[in-house]
Design a protein around this ligand. Structure first.
Ligand code: NDP
Length: 606
């Protein structure tokens, strides 16, 4: 038995614990079994053709009118969310100024442009999530920012760095080809633009395309309908703070109980005549614990605090011991309680460590199940709302208003016992043979995750010798460090492409942006035409990120969802296929790699 210290550890008894891990393990497996389905990701459908309306932009007041542009630029950045903004800022800092951001939406903000549903709020602490706070001299109003503040921050970054003049909004890339002769990417848009860019930076986001369940009859529904990321305030009234006054005479249904629904359901409950929440798997809902920013604390911050706080948070969540927990919230909770359990004895084997992690997980989930009992009155609803899986099987959520909604007389939980909605007709939703007549049906069914990268990006990349990225990645992503794919020179991927995955996405995106800017600068300094990963480096990287990890084993026992590729064996879920040692080590490794200066693994073509 491999030991990390030198003695063995006494696992607490059932009496000491107050619960039996064997019983819970069995219950979790039964619940997973109920939700497993053969079709995996094929249970969802694309928002194209008849469903195109779910993907349109309802927030555009005026369509931008402009002439097509043909230009030669240094860098084209696809996506104007925080990833694209950070890439732009880091490129400008590196002296690469002739850049263009192409964004399908009407403004910067990415996910925070689209997701305006009532109650939309970021679950990651604002002081770490909002990027470039020190640079633009802004302190968020609360520990957890609501959507408007985050969107305004994206706009603030745009203004501060004068990025509006470098952006094409309401513009979609239609295709992108590597032009070997000129050493440039030729990018065509739906506005007739032709951009010839030395560098192509892909930051179109991992959760950008709404998806719908392929429920039989879904196309027949004649009432009002929309996806949460395209909220129709003309129909509901109100805004992202709530006040949905036009729903007072409406029977509203919402399908889904993920992170989005957890935030908007209380607003629907407060406004609708009747609300039906169609649930397949309950979320595990922890406390929100929001509070206004303490002005004295804000004034006491020293330069460099933002990066320090971010690294502290990412370290705790990666299991790297820290003397102090700066963020100190429900994300860091589980990891701290685990560390406490570990430090209570100086000798733990790897097996015992896994057992302790499982026990800490059960303890946490027991607390969350108890919270349902303490909050909701109706016993049947309480049982249906209890989550039976380990904490990282699904996205942890934090909210204080969702559960009490079910104490209202007009709010009804329709639990589908893991099976999902049965069918939809012109006026109704059916579950287990029971009809629910509705005026409005809202889809809180999430975003494309398990589909092809190019489908999510909504265009094809054609690299050297006409190779399509869709074909090159048909058996899974192939990158070096998550940025470079062989045959696609001068193209950089940002986001969740075999990278150091961090719960705070902006931490991850900023480190990625810094690396992209550094390499682009090196290409220019070396007067190279292009940079490309070597075949061997790409192969080594694929092996590194695909090795079995604690998380892949963990996810294989989880209830299905996008975290584990809908429970399909062998596929890569959202949390898999990343740098196994975690984000802090990954970005530290990249920093060292840059400092070494020889850009090992990359080939420069002169
Ligand atoms: P999710 O994919 O997390 O949730 C989709 C929901 O739809 C699930 O509850 C799913 O059930 C349900 N569903 C799908 N098909 C059916 C069906 N046929 N019948 C009934 N129910 C169905 O999407 P969200 O929009 O909630 O969240 C997406 C991601 O966005 C989050 O995971 C998070 O990363 C991010 N987010 C972040 C926030 C933040 O604070 N930073 C806030 C909101 C979202 P099942 O679970 O069984 O699959």
């Amino acid at each position: 038995m491999e030991t990390v210290k030198n003695k063995t550890f006494n696992i607490p008894s059932v009496e000491e614990l107050g619960f039996d891990p064997v019983v819970l393990r069995k219950k979790y497996a039964e619940e997973r079994e109920k939700r497993l389905r053969k079709d995996g990701n094929a249970q969802y459908q694309e928002v194209t053709g008849d469903f195109d309306q779910y993907n349109l932009d309802p927030y555009v007041c005026e369509k931008i009118v402009r002439e097509p542009v043909t230009e030669i630029i240094d860098a084209a950045i696809i996506g104007g969310g925080f990833g694209g903004l950070l890439a732009a800022v880091r490129l400008l800092e590196a002296g690469i100024k002739n850049i263009r951001i192409i964004e399908k939406a009407g403004d910067f903000g990415g996910t925070w442009y689209w997701n305006r549903y009532p109650g939309a709020q970021c679950d990651i602490e604002s002081y770490i999530y909002l990027p470039l706070l020190e640079e633009v001299n802004y302190i968020p109003k609360e520990k957890y920012s609501f959507r408007d503040e985050i969107f305004e921050h994206a706009q603030r970054i745009g203004r501060h760095y004068d990025l509006y003049k470098r952006a094409f909004f309401q513009t979609q890339v239609r295709g992108s080809n590597w032009d070997e002769k000129n050493g440039r990417w030729r990018i065509e848009t739906d506005r007739g633009d032709v951009l010839n860019a030395k560098f192509l930076i892909m930051s179109s986001g991992p959760l950008n395309r709404p998806k719908l369940p392929a429920i039989p009859g879904i196309e027949q529904f004649k009432g009002h309908t929309f996806h949460t990321s395209r909220w129709d305030y003309d129909y509901t009234g109100g805004d992202s703070i709530g006040g949905l006054s036009r729903l007072s005479e409406k029977r509203v249904g919402i399908i889904g109980t993920g992170a989005t629904a957890i935030q908007c359901v209380s607003h629907l409950g407060a406004a609708a005549k009747e609300l039906y929440v169609f649930q397949r798997t309950p979320s595990a809902i922890d406390e929100r614990l929001n509070k206004p920013t303490d002005k004295e604390w804000a004034a006491s911050l020293n330069p460099g605090w933002h990066a320090e706080r971010n690294t502290n948070f990412a370290s705790i969540l990666s299991g790297i011991p820290q003397e102090v927990d700066l963020v100190n919230d429900r994300w860091t909770d589980l990891f701290k309680s685990l560390s406490e359990l570990m430090s209570s004895d100086q000798a733990i084997s790897m097996e015992d460590m896994a057992v302790m992690a499982e026990i800490a997980d059960y303890q946490k989930m027991n607390k969350l199940r108890a919270r349902v009992e303490e909050t909701v009155g109706d016993k049947e609803t309480v049982e249906a709302l209890k989550p039976w899986y380990r904490q990282w099987c699904k996205r942890p959520v934090f909210n204080d208003e969702f559960l009490p909604t079910f104490n209202r007389n007009n709010a009804h939980l329709v639990d589908t016992n893991g099976k999902g909605v049965e069918r939809v007709t012109e006026n109704s939703v059916f579950v287990d043979g029971v009809e629910y007549e509705l005026d409005c049906l809202i889809f809180a069914t999430g975003f494309e995750v398990g589909t092809a990268y190019t489908q999510q990006a909504e265009f094809e990349l054609i690299g050297k010798n006409g190779i399509k990225l869709t074909d090159y990645w048909k058996d899974g992503m192939r990158t070096y460090h998550g940025f470079h794919a062989r045959g696609f020179p001068n193209c950089f991927h940002m986001g969740l492409t075999q990278t150091g995955l961090a719960p705070c996405f902006t931490y991850m995106l900023d480190h990625q942006a810094q690396n992209v800017a550094y390499i682009a600068e090196e290409v220019l300094k070396r007067k190279a035409r292009s940079v490309e990963t070597s075949v061997e480096s790409e192969a080594d990287w694929i092996e590194t990120v695909n090795q079995p990890t604690f998380m892949s084993e963990y996810q294989s026992h989880c209830t299905p969802g996008y975290y584990n590729n809908e429970g399909k064996k062998g596929g890569k879920g959202f949390l898999e296929g990343h740098y196994p040692e975690g984000p802090v080590q990954f970005y530290a490794m990249l920093k060292k790699w840059r400092e070494e200066g020889d850009l090992k693994g990359l080939e420069f073509h002169l």
